[in-house]
Ligand binder design. Structure first.
Ligand SMILES: C[S@@+](CC[C@H](N)C(=O)[O-])C[C@H]1O[C@@H](n2cnc3c(N)ncnc32)[C@H](O)[C@@H]1O
Length: 238
């Protein structure tokens, strides 16, 4: 893995057995998926579409399964998509900087732990906004860009096992202000709030090595490291 550059998405293939492994390397992604899903209301029409950008192994699926959406997952890596499909996600192989999805097709766009991995943030934001229908909901979570977030996510995080080594390139982390401005250019007004994992969950996961960690993502007064965002695209549904 170290032979690959930081953030090389091929690393997800080598980690593919971790997507659904209880207490595995992606444990915290499960907590994040549950917290993201809590921001998504039930579908307000039959056939509503949820586009899950950078869906990975489809960890969002169990949390939105009863909400009435067609859950479409887009990802670069096919092994993640295969596992996502096993959990009811309709898999689409593609790049979030050029989504193979029709304009205005999505009632909800979920961008969970993807914005800190893209090398072209303006193109990604433009695409997420393009596929969102007028009045549609954007839900995101990502990592802030500052010395503390780099230390916690990369320096300490990789050492302690909260994040697999080399998966993050801190140069791609995103400040909320920048994200808000990018989405505003495309008619999506985003509000952000801080989030953090529970300490007991982290302890059970990394120290006690439990498979059942009971970990959760809870609200934090600070957006310094991890933050969630929601936004509505301007306009009325036609
Ligand atoms: C940290 S994982 C997050 C997965 C999922 N959203 C979750 O929260 O469980 C990032 C995912 O984004 C995918 N990815 C990275 N860059 C991408 C791109 N440009 N287009 C589509 N998928 C991408 C990776 O293959 C990986 O599955």
């Amino acid at each position: 893995m170290r032979s690959m550059a930081r953030n090389d998405p091929r690393q997800y293939d080598e980690l593919a057995d971790q997507w659904w492994r209880p207490g595995g390397s992606f444990e915290m992604l499960h907590w994040l998926a549950a917290a993201r899903a809590a921001l998504i209301p039930p579908a307000d029409r039959p056939g509503a579409v949820l586009v899950d950008a950078g869906c990975g192994g489809g960890l969002l699926a169990p949390h939105v399964g009863g909400k009435g959406y067609r859950h479409v997952g887009v990802d670069l890596r096919r092994e993640g998509l295969r596992q996502a499909a096993e959990h009811g996600v309709r898999p689409v192989n593609g790049d979030v900087t050029a989504l193979p999805i029709a304009t205005g097709a999505a009632d909800v766009v979920a961008a969970g732990e993807i914005l800190e991995h893209v090398t072209d943030l303006p193109a990604t934001v433009a695409e997420l906004a393009r596929v969102l229908r007028p009045g549609g909901l954007l839900v995101l979570d990502t990592v802030n860009d500052n010395a503390l977030s780099r230390f916690i996510t990369v320096t300490a995080g990789e050492w302690l096992g909260f994040a697999p080594p080399h998966l993050h390139d801190p140069a791609l982390f995103v400040r909320p202000r920048r994200l808000i401005a990018e989405f505003a250019r495309h008619g999506v007004r985003v509000e952000v709030r801080g989030a953090r994992p529970t300490m007991t969950g982290l302890f059970r996961w990394r120290v006690l090595r439990r498979e059942r960690t009971g970990g959760r993502i809870v609200r934090s007064g600070l957006t310094t490291v991890l933050y969630q965002g929601t936004g509505r695209k301007e306009g009325e549904r036609s």
